[in-house]
Design a protein around this ligand. Structure first.
Ligand SMILES: Nc1ncnc2c1ncn2[C@@H]1O[C@H](COP(=O)(O)OP(=O)(O)OP(=O)(O)O)[C@@H](O)[C@H]1O
Length: 265
């Protein structure tokens, strides 16, 4: 397996690549949304993908999880080719994906939402009516603890804030026991406090999972980022630490007139 280097700071640590994207192209009706992108994600590493609107960030994630067809190139997970496998199969293998908008059951409690997402869960009614084993209960509590919602376990989701609903979605991904967690704009619509809290949750996730995050908010990127990959017009512009990316002339040029890459500096 490949070995890659974290460039988060002066301390360079080797990571074993758990997810490898190799020269992937995604084409929509003749339009190349992803033009041969390669990317490695190390075990227990946080990789943050940034780039202007339309750069191809979500499409790249879609290609990894089997949602967008890969026209050429390869995706490997734990050394095994997963290119164009079904989303269900890829999720089952251990790659969990959270989408931008929360998709939670508002009329159920926080606890029940996580219960439904547990691996091997069999639908809403069966899951809630089936007697809960102590193992499942402990598992749910552990997930709730990691997303900071243990004290809201028996609260109806409808009464929670948008940010808390986003955390439940992260919890629902964790309930599937993924090795790699993909988060598409996890802070969208959050207050500054919720955004910061999300950053702390993500940093904790990296103790157990490889995490790939798509994000726009540079303050947040700086909070969580170990390695940043910059996409632009379907291509990888560069990758490196926050410092390297912020001072890269190509990145500055791409962001000029849009959102300043150094806005949070
Ligand atoms: N299903 C699709 N069919 C056709 N074109 C698509 C499709 N999905 C995405 N695209 C196009 O591919 C390009 C990349 O889109 P994508 O959503 O991946 O960008 P992004 O970097 O995630 O942008 P944003 O930050 O706005 O979410 C865009 O030009 C988009 O219009």
């Amino acid at each position: 397996m490949d070995t890659l280097l974290s460039t988060s700071d002066s301390k360079v640590e080797p990571h074993e690549a758990i997810l490898s994207v190799r020269d992937v192209r995604v084409v929509f009706s003749g339009f190349q949304a992803i033009k041969g992108v390669s990317l490695d994600v190390g075990d227990k590493e946080i990789v943050t993908i940034i780039g202007p609107n339309g750069a191809g960030k979500s499409t790249l994630m879609d290609a990894i999880v089997g949602k967008s067809p890969v026209a050429s190139g390869h995706v490997f997970y734990q050394g095994q080719e997963i290119t164009n496998k079904s989303p269900h199969e890829i999720a089952h293998m251990g790659i969990g994906r959270k989408f931008q908008n929360p998709n939670v059951y508002n009329e159920l409690t926080v606890f029940e939402n996580i219960l439904l997402a547990l691996k091997g869960s069999h639908g809403v009614f069966a899951s809630i009516k089936t007697k809960l084993t102590s193992v499942k209960k402990a598992k749910i509590e552990s997930v709730l603890d990691r997303i900071g919602l243990l004290d809201k376990a028996f609260t109806k989701v409808s009464s929670l804030s948008h940010g808390q609903k986003q955390w439940i979605e992260i919890g629902m991904v964790l309930a599937q026991d993924p090795t790699v967690v993909l988060l598409d704009e996890p802070t969208a619509g959050m207050t500054p406090d919720e955004t910061h809290e999300t950053g702390e949750i993500i940093k904790t996730l990296a103790n157990q999972h490889a995490v790939v995050v798509i994000e726009h908010d540079m303050e947040f990127v700086k909070q969580i980022a170990q390695r940043i990959v910059v996409l632009h017009q379907g291509e990888k512009l560069t990758e490196g630490s926050v410092q390297e990316v912020q001072t890269n002339p190509k990145v500055i040029e791409v962001y000029l007139g849009r959102e300043r890459i150094d806005a949070a500096a």
